[in-house]
Design a protein around this ligand. Structure first.
Ligand code: RIB
Length: 353
């Protein structure tokens, strides 16, 4: 996925001059750039900060001078003057989960093109750590914040700050701007795939915390069953921590206590699906012959595990870009089209159904 395109501003902005055989770095000031470009220092500053208010021709001229002579904005000086750090914060609950790592990478690539640095924090699915990171971000004067919250409602810290925030993936009750997958459609497609594969007793293995994403996936799953005259029996909805080991232990426990009382499993992320798959294998049940399986996220393990997993693909590239564009507009105090963005999902049918 070649997302990175030429930076608007070349990052190697030091002028290098030969002196005594060595390469000496000589800083070029904003005044030098203004003089060489025939514009004011205010115009150079606006071009560097991509604030608009100049012609394409002026922008081209200034960027050409910056590239030719080298110029590195003094971000601290700019920050003091413009109250902008040119840094955005990104908080995710588990950077080791490929789904979140992909989101972070997309955001990093997106913002560097607009000369913003990204400050990344991992809240480790811990609301207290999440609150600590939010405060740290504000202390570092980030211009905006994108984050996947683990909280039911937004942190009080956010309410006391004017920093624009875009929530991504999970949406606390009172989130203002949210970018998320069509999780309802994902749960619906998962159930339809299990039914199409012949399942009549599917089990829902979900994250025990009812974040917005999980509620929506659950609703979609139940809706598809209902459309087929079925319903998910109480014992066929199981809630665990959303990780590999918790899912593996829970499925092993059910198989030990009740035997294989289900013929399909939908899990609300791929790590859980892998855990369920290994529990079934250890107990001697074959997938998909005896039990069908559908995961959620389409992280790379779902393709490389054996058998390759059927899963619901979230479009992490779109999630990141839509969230990045929304935050950039909010930082620039521009209107955004809407407050809730839903990115379509798709089903990636492989060998577990
Ligand atoms: O794997 C992590 C899960 O939690 C993903 O499905 C993502 O949507 C997040 O909500």
């Amino acid at each position: 996925m070649q997302l990175y395109t030429e930076c608007k501003i070349d990052v190697n902005l030091y002028a290098k001059e030969e002196s005594g055989g060595g390469m000496e770095e000589k800083k070029v000031s904003i005044v030098d750039v203004a003089k060489k470009s025939g514009v004011s220092t205010a115009t150079v500053s606006r071009v560097v900060n991509q604030l608009g208010g100049y012609s394409k021709e002026t922008e081209k001229k200034v960027l050409k001078t910056i590239k030719e002579y080298g110029f590195r904005p003094n971000v601290n000086a700019i920050g003091l003057r413009t109250k902008r750090s040119h840094c955005v914060g990104v908080i995710v609950p588990d950077i080791t989960n490929e789904f979140f790592a992909k989101i972070v990478r997309i955001l990093d690539i997106f913002f560097i093109k607009y000369n913003y640095s990204v400050l990344i924090c991992d809240s480790n699915e811990d609301p207290e750590l999440e609150a600590r990171h939010i405060q740290d971000m504000f202390d570092k004067n980030v211009d905006g914040l994108i984050y996947v919250s683990g909280m039911e409602s937004i942190s009080p810290i956010l309410k006391n700050h004017k920093v624009p925030v875009v929530f991504i993936d999970r949406s606390p009750k009172d989130a203002e701007v949210i970018v998320q997958s069509d999780n309802f459609q994902g749960g619906y497609l998962a159930a339809k795939e299990l039914l199409k594969a012949g399942c009549r007793k599917p089990l829902l293995l979900r994250d025990y915390r009812m974040a917005s994403t999980i509620q929506q996936r659950r609703r979609g799953f139940m809706e598809a069953l209902k459309e087929n005259g079925m319903e998910c029996q109480r014992d066929y909805e199981v809630a665990v921590m959303p990780d590999y080991m918790s899912a593996k232990e829970k499925i092993s426990e059910i198989l030990t206590e009740k035997g294989c009382c289900f013929d399909g499993i939908f899990t609300t992320n791929d790590m859980m699906a892998l855990g369920a798959m290994h529990a079934l294998a250890e107990a001697g049940y074959s997938v998909p012959q005896q039990v069908k399986l559908v995961g959620f996220d389409n992280v790379s393990l779902s393709e490389f595990c054996s058998p390759p997993m059927t899963t619901i693909a979230q479009n992490t590239e779109q999630l990141g870009i839509v969230a990045g564009k929304a935050l950039l507009k909010l930082i620039r105090k521009e209107d955004i089209e809407k407050k809730e963005y839903v990115v379509p999902v798709s089903i990636q049918v492989r060998s577990t159904t």
